[in-house]
Design a protein around this ligand. Structure first.
Ligand SMILES: [Zn+2]
Length: 139
């Protein structure tokens, strides 16, 4: 997804820059956050993922890595905010956190998304917790 914004910080002239959307930054979580609210047991599964620094929204953006915990204080804060707002069902806060994270990512870390290349939402991610309660083991 590309949208254009007016960029004023580096130049007195308005110029258009490409902004990377969450569908490119964290494709799995981009899709998940559009599905809220979700019922149990999916909610528990997603909460556990949000609690995991390498599997949360920010961790996925880093390519399923928790290295930001030491590298970027702001990313670590975003990770905590996503987890906190999700468990409290604060969807407006969650949406705001998502917007701020996308902005921060574009300003500071967009090169990471470029280096990771095109990624699809991880289909195996939810394969063992299906909505119809059937258990399916990963292959
Ligand atoms: Zn950061």
């Amino acid at each position: 997804m590309y949208v254009t914004i007016a960029k004023t910080s580096n130049s007195p002239m308005l110029s258009e820059v490409k902004v990377i959307g969450l569908d490119m930054i964290s494709p799995t979580w981009s899709r998940r956050l559009c599905m809220l609210p979700v019922q149990l047991p999916t909610k528990i599964k997603w909460y556990l993922d949000l609690h995991d620094k390498g599997r949360c929204v920010v961790g996925e953006a880093y390519g399923m890595s928790s290295k930001y915990v030491d590298d970027c204080h702001e990313c670590n804060k975003f990770s905590l905010d996503f987890e906190s707002h999700f468990i409290q069902n604060k969807f407006a806060h969650l949406e705001r956190t998502k917007e701020l994270f996308i902005q921060h990512w574009n300003e500071r870390h967009s090169d990471i998304t470029t280096s990771l290349g095109n990624r699809e939402p991880l289909r195996w991610y939810d394969s063992f917790l299906r909505f119809d309660d059937h258990i399916q083991t990963s292959k």
